[in-house]
Design a protein around this ligand. Sequence first.
Ligand SMILES: Cc1cc2nc3c(=O)[nH]c(=O)nc-3n(C[C@H](O)[C@H](O)[C@H](O)COP(=O)(O)OP(=O)(O)OC[C@H]3O[C@@H](n4cnc5c(N)ncnc54)[C@H](O)[C@@H]3O)c2cc1C
Length: 390
Amino acid sequence: MDFNLSEEQTLIVETAERIGREFGPQYWADLDRQQAFPAECWQAICDAGLAGAALPEAYGGAGQGMTEVALIVEALAAGGGGATLGQLFMTNPIFGGVSISKFGSAEMKQALLPRLIRGDMHFCMALTEPDSGTNTLAMKSFARPDGDGWRLKGQKIWITMVEAAQKMLVVARTRKPDEVARRSEGISMFMIDIDREGLSHTAIDKVGTRTLSASSVFFDDVRIEPEELVGTLHHGFQELLDVLNTERIVTTACMVGAGRLAMRLALDYAGQRKVFGDRPISAYQGLQFPLAQAHAELECARLMNLQSAWRCDNGLPYGSQANVAKLIGSQAATHAIERSMQTMGGMGFSKEFHVERLWRDARLFKFAPISEEMVLNYIAIHDLGMPRSY
Ligand SMILES: Cc1cc2nc3c(=O)[nH]c(=O)nc-3n(C[C@H](O)[C@H](O)[C@H](O)COP(=O)(O)OP(=O)(O)OC[C@H]3O[C@@H](n4cnc5c(N)ncnc54)[C@H](O)[C@@H]3O)c2cc1C
């Protein structure tokens, strides 16, 4: 086991840290207030070659792996973006990049990957539906055959970045549940244009991650061209899981980064603030222990996540590790942020000190992209061999 970063990885982390500092907490606070998309930050990430870190060199990527992506997201999130920063990586390099580079046709790779890597094109992914929720296999969106392609009818909810994106990876049934032996069959992935007849969307007002919109999406007989199929017709669900597991790695990385940022804000504040006499509040053990505990939790989540990324890069199964890391990572980050707010007393509640934004944003990741309960179900069933309870 070698826990040292290579020279190249160290350089990547330094680059990500530099961009993280450039787009620090105030940049994100301003955009959060305006509910505006962080376009300049994403462009800087692309210009530095970080968006394509794990994408093939043939299309302008760096040909590295999820380990590098995890290191990048962690450093960028810790700079100021917090959890939201990770969502930019989920939508573009993961939903767009991983799905296309692993399962797209040669033409699709050639047409879309260079644009994603340069920052000319944004992506989103539409899986969740209002009626089925966590029970994704109960999805109702259906793409029926239409000449050489398909026509899509249905509805999705909570789809991040539809407003900013040009392409959507949409997951739909292509066979009815009663036509297949298992519910996971008869599902396909398509990469479609968002600006297309019959596709409409409405943004949902929400408490956090306000720089990135999330929308309800309606498909009213939307035409899908034959070349827009991603992966294997009717067998897209297993392929989708490959995409979603890399999303878990990014989620944990941004949680660790957001937690580290919250810790830094708390330590800076506590080192300055004096309440009783001349000693700063950072001298009180009552404030030290919870922050020390939060630090320990973040370090564990980080290590588990890097193990999961390493396994992914080495072609080993990593679903269990990615799920465990995501569970602990979201808990560690929300604990760290909560303790950071507590450390700041009333000032933690003001917009000026930034931790309130981290607090609102991080909450999302206790139930998304997979909820704590569903990770625990996964561990009970797959890691512990216990019977399925639902
Ligand atoms: C801001 C935001 C952005 C999002 N972005 C996207 C996106 O880009 N693309 C996308 O496809 N989706 C996206 N989602 C959807 C997100 O992945 C879901 O909200 C999440 O998976 C939970 O599904 P649900 O909201 O339908 O909850 P439900 O399925 O209704 O679950 C409600 C509660 O019941 C629990 N529960 C359900 N079943 C079980 C069980 N068997 N055992 C124990 N507990 C259970 C859940 O854990 C949860 O706590 C986003 C959501 C939000 C809020």
